[in-house]
Design a protein around this ligand. Sequence first.
Ligand SMILES: Nc1ncnc2c1ncn2[C@@H]1O[C@H](COP(=O)(O)OP(=O)(O)OP(=O)(O)O)[C@@H](O)[C@H]1O
Ligand SMILES: [Mg+2]
Length: 381
Amino acid sequence: MKLPVRAGILGGGQLAKMLAISAYGLGVKPLIFAASKNDCALDAVAEFVIDDGTLGALKNFLAKCDLAVIENEFIDLLRLKNALGKTPLFPSLDCLEMVQNKLHQKTYLQKFGIPTLDFIPIKNMNDYDRCVQNLGPSLVFKREKMGFDGRGNFVCERFNKKKFLKTNSFFTGYAEPFVDFKIELAVVGAVSINGEISVFPTIETVQKDGQCHFAIVPADISEIKSKNAQEIAIDVMKRFGATGVFAVEMFYLRDGRLVVNEIAPRVHNSGHLTMNGFGISQFELHWRAVLGMSLPKKALLPKSPSLAMVNIIGKRKIKTVRNEAFNFSKPGRKLRGDFWIHWYGKWGGTFNRKLGHINCTGISVKQTLKTAQRIRNRIKI
Ligand SMILES: Nc1ncnc2c1ncn2[C@@H]1O[C@H](COP(=O)(O)OP(=O)(O)OP(=O)(O)O)[C@@H](O)[C@H]1O
Ligand SMILES: [Mg+2]
């Protein structure tokens, strides 16, 4: 492919922004297809198109691109298929089709023999009682489409059908048991268009109310388990026909089993610590994979004995945060380890939104995480 490659990114949020920023260093010119002119990724590109919902807009955008990648999988795939023309898309439409719908994704995981929690599809609420009878009284109901940050999931700790039906009378998706896992893990890796595969070390993640709050490396598991998690993730990537970065989220259960929770066919929040903790970030790895450049192996070793990433999630309701300066100059207690702040520059409300993240490297996980959390708490947002 001749340089500069014109790479279209479908989406305008923080993942698109970080993808765009990392593209330049490889001689790739990023173009954004965004939902709104206030999308934060537009800061990072010279060329963009605002989606007006028409097939023509997407078609014209894709015609300008040598290749296209996605920021998230919640895309109208029929529209995309009709607009794509000859532009290569990573991951492929087939792959997106398998992953986009959570129920289909689960069905494929089961079909491929990849360990995952038992589940029962739900077409309507007559299935509710069957789920409780077969899976037990503590369930998680997962909506088949458009779920993220825990939105779309409903935890039913007890048999509270009435309450559930009040807000979810049109629920379609599946139910699975609510598990008291030991820890949550994510494996982020990539498959290149030449079939080369590289994975980062297994990452431990901590979610609150379904939303990722922090991630650490190394995960608090044995080396064998960590390898095992990487093997499962590689199996997932091969079976689902991945190209580019994939993130595979898993539960490490108390009985020692690793089960896949869900798959993200793209760069992922759990991989943000790669930006400062490794010789290559997940974003650069993604570009290298879709451009057919070799994938580094050594660079996938951490630069420091421990890494932490803490999300900056808005705690207060503030209208606009773009270009907001925040004050780090106050001398605080001596912080151990090095840290980096990645600010997304989002417009609009702040409450409960991911506004940025802090990466930190250090000697021990405990210290490194503490430093990242202290920095987070200095940011009054
Ligand atoms: N069966 C379960 N048992 C216990 N906790 C669960 C279960 N399923 C999900 N969770 C918790 O809820 C979180 C969000 O669930 P999940 O990853 O399925 O949803 P999501 O909204 O698609 O999240 P994401 O933002 O990662 O896309 C999980 O990371 C986990 O902490
Ligand atoms: Mg998840």
